[in-house]
Design a protein around this ligand. Structure first.
Ligand code: UT7
Length: 320
């Protein structure tokens, strides 16, 4: 066996996203007979509307579209890819996973492909795995996809959950870089709290102890974000954008406050028209920042994903 490859650097080269054309406003939900109001949902969550995939839009088809757009943004094709990692928790059937079909769909023939299920934490887990694969030489260029069709798993009469979630996908191309572009991941889990959010045994829809998850997210996760900065060797003051999981704008704001982020840090608030898209939420929020002029290529962004499991993960990345 020859010696391990010298570690290389990795970076995000480009992003792509798929937001379904269909959408539901808060008023639409109330008009369906749900005991809620636009005002309650906006003030308690920051959500005004969420995208809803059509019957023929699936985790795989949305993932293919997002991945193809990410490749196009980099001037690449499927031939340039040798690994596809799909972060999702909403495949209709667990076997087989969707990554191999995403790979085929983008013309990446015969490449490594597997799914990661860390629920809403999934994208940051998958990004870290792909980054490490590139850094060690196991892959030269990877596509990391977060794709979710949460509306397949919603009880539309449960106002504590169905108002929160939406569908969508986003993807990042990860490749070798001259400079560090993806920091080491700070990750963890709390399996003892697994029952606080998820599809219970024997049930078919997502159930959640919302206030418990809210407390956990707003009180336990700031140290994870700080640890991600430490691992990357950057100061919080060097961060240009904070891109946390879009679960609730009050959680986003609570985390930004707990981190005492300087006022000029751009905080991603993609949730207003997207809702909570689980593993797609962080890359969708990152993608929506790029091109707004609020961040520039090379700026440092702090990603932080968390959710069912419970799982959490974060890392510092350079904006492509
Ligand atoms: O990504 C996965 C992780 N998930 C999350 O991070 C979600 C975290 N949790 C949350 O975002 C919030 O807990 C929710 C948005 C789910 C709920 O907000 P809350 O401020 O924690 O409300 P609550 O559950 O404590 O409920 C307050 C009241 C209750 O009524 P009573 O008992 O005070 O009469 C609820 O029944 O609001 C009621 N309520 C609603 N009212 C109108 C709950 N949902 C609704 C609704 N419309 N949709």
């Amino acid at each position: 066996m020859k010696a391990a490859t010298t570690l290389r650097h990795s970076r995000i080269a480009g992003l792509g996203e798929h937001r379904p054309a269909g959408s539901l406003t808060n008023d639409d939900l109330a008009a369906r007979g749900l005991d809620t109001t636009d005002e309650w949902i906006r003030t308690r969550t920051g959500i005004a509307s969420r995208h809803v995939a059509a019957a023929d839009e699936t985790v795989v088809s949305m993932g293919i579209d997002a991945a193809a757009k990410a490749l196009a943004a980099c001037g690449l094709t499927g031939d340039d890819i040798d690994l596809v990692v799909l972060a999702t928790c909403t495949m209709r059937n667990p076997i087989p996973g969707g990554a191999a079909r995403v790979a085929s769909g983008i013309g990446a023939t015969g490449v490594g492909a597997f799914d990661v299920n860390a629920a809403c934490g999934g994208f940051c887990y998958a990004l870290s795995i792909a980054s490490d694969a590139v850094r060690t030489g196991s892959a030269n260029r990877a596509v990391v996809v977060g794709s979710e069709k949460l509306t397949d798993w919603l009880d539309w009469s449960d106002r504590g959950t169905c108002i929160l979630f939406g569908d969508g996908a986003a993807a990042a191309v990860v490749e070798v870089s001259d400079e560090p572009g993806i920091g080491p991941v700070a990750w963890g889990s709390d399996g003892d709290a697994y029952a606080s959010v998820g599809v219970p045994e024997g049930d078919w829809a997502i159930r959640m102890d919302g206030p418990a998850v809210f407390r956990w997210a707003t009180t336990q996760l700031a140290p994870v974000a700080r640890r991600a900065c430490e691992l990357a060797g950057v100061d919080l003051a060097d961060i240009r954008a904070f891109v946390p999981h879009q679960a609730n704008v009050r959680i986003v704001d609570g985390l930004a406050r707990a981190l005492k982020l300087p006022g000029d840090v751009v905080v991603a608030r993609d949730i207003a028209t997207t809702g909570n898209t689980s593993a797609a939420s962080v890359p969708l929020a990152l993608s929506s920042l790029v091109g707004t002029g609020k961040v520039e290529p090379g700026d440092l962004a702090l990603l932080l994903a968390f959710g069912a499991g419970l799982t959490y993960a974060g890392q510092v990345v350079r904006i492509p």
